[in-house]
Design a protein around this ligand. Structure first.
Ligand code: NDP
Ligand code: CA
Length: 323
């Protein structure tokens, strides 16, 4: 058989001790672009990836194994083109509620023998959360609808009674599209502001709802859309910065692949969280270059060209609830 896949450690930032808050258990969040099957086999051109490693009937078990290893409370996926025949039924049998939003003109549909459009999927564990509201957004840029989408759900934590708003998105890919990504990010932020702060009797009592935004932003930290998210009035921080020793630096890569055009190693995926309301207790570390191997991603060990991101977050005490 093949060697076991490299283990990834849970890292506790700022020397935080791995201790349990009995009354405030953490919420495990996973973000992952799982690589659409139609794109991986039909369009991406991963020339160093063995064809066998792209076979759906094997690759799907690697994806599910990775999800089940960590059993997240919240799972945010991009490039899902096997929702109805795979992820929805399997995740439902494991106690998850799922929501899927396909891209309006998925590039998967151009691939022969495709399995339908790819899109974003958001799952939460039913025993942990109840659903208050779902918004399916088609992102706009300068008022014009685009081919990119987002799902936003407002959840209530059954253990603490606290509210949490979770969003998943996949912004426009490729260089040359930085301004479109920035505009899509602005549209998403605007939607998130109205969803987390809107009035009404129920939500009035909620105050500003803490947010977790997961996505393949297709943008390096130097891009405008990243700056927009890190400086928005929503008070968001990027969780994976906390892996670095200074707490200020994103990982060196979240995706690494070799196409005919060359090697591409970049940081495109993020988990944003409201830093006033949530704290990051632990993060799953990023595989080393040696663990990823010379042929990069995807591979027999790593079923997508993107790495999964995973963190445990917990609600901070609310000052007005301390009295
Ligand atoms: P994007 O540019 O956002 O990318 C689509 C996918 O391609 C992403 O999943 C992306 O992966 C992947 N990708 C990124 N870089 C490369 C690369 N160098 N080589 C191969 N794949 C790559 O796509 P859009 O949503 O803007 O859709 C574009 C496509 O959609 C068009 O090519 C067309 O086929 C179709 N379309 C059809 C329309 C119609 O009228 N029929 C209208 C609009 C689009 P990652 O995010 O991991 O980088
Ligand atoms: Ca892709």
């Amino acid at each position: 058989g093949r060697p076991a896949r490299p283990h990834r450690d849970l890292v506790y930032p700022r020397g935080m001790a791995p201790y349990h808050h009995n009354h405030n258990p953490s919420i495990r969040v996973m973000q992952w672009n799982i690589l659409a099957q139609a794109l991986g086999e039909g369009k991406d051109g991963f020339i160093r990836c063995p064809l066998d490693a792209l076979n759906w009937h094997e690759r799907k078990y690697l994806i599910l194994e990775e999800i089940l290893t960590y059993r997240p409370d919240i799972l945010c996926l991009q490039e899902v083109d096997h929702y109805y025949d795979t992820f929805q039924p399997i995740m439902a049998s494991l106690g998850y509620h799922g929501s899927f939003l396909p891209k309006p003109w998925s590039p998967c549909l151009d691939v022969e023998q495709n399995n339908g459009p790819d899109g974003c999927a958001l799952f939460y564990r039913r025993s942990r959360f109840s659903l208050q509201a779902t918004a399916h957004l088609r992102l706009s840029a300068m008022m014009l609808p685009t081919n990119q989408v987002a799902i936003v759900q407002t959840l209530n934590c059954r253990m603490t009674g606290r509210w949490l708003c979770v969003a998943v998105t996949h912004l426009k890919a490729r260089s040359g599209w930085e301004r479109l990504r920035s505009a899509q990010g602005a549209d998403l932020l605007q939607n998130l502001r109205s969803i987390t702060s809107r009035g009404g009797s129920q939500t009035e009592a909620m105050g500003a709802v803490p947010l977790v935004v997961c996505g393949d932003f297709n943008a390096e930290p130097s891009e405008d859309v990243y700056r927009r998210f890190s400086s928005s009035p929503l008070g968001l921080n990027s969780a994976y910065k906390l892996l670095s020793s200074d707490g200020q630096t994103e990982p060196a890569y979240t995706t690494w692949k070799i196409r005919p055009s060359g090697e591409s190693c970049s940081t495109l995926d993020y988990i944003w969280y409201t830093h006033d309301a949530l704290s990051v207790e632990s993060l799953l570390d990023i595989p080393t270059e040696e663990q990823i191997g010379p042929d990069r991603l995807p591979s027999y060990h790593y079923p997508s060209d993107h790495l999964s991101l995973l963190c445990d977050v917990s609600f901070r005490e609310e000052p007005h609830r301390l009295m």
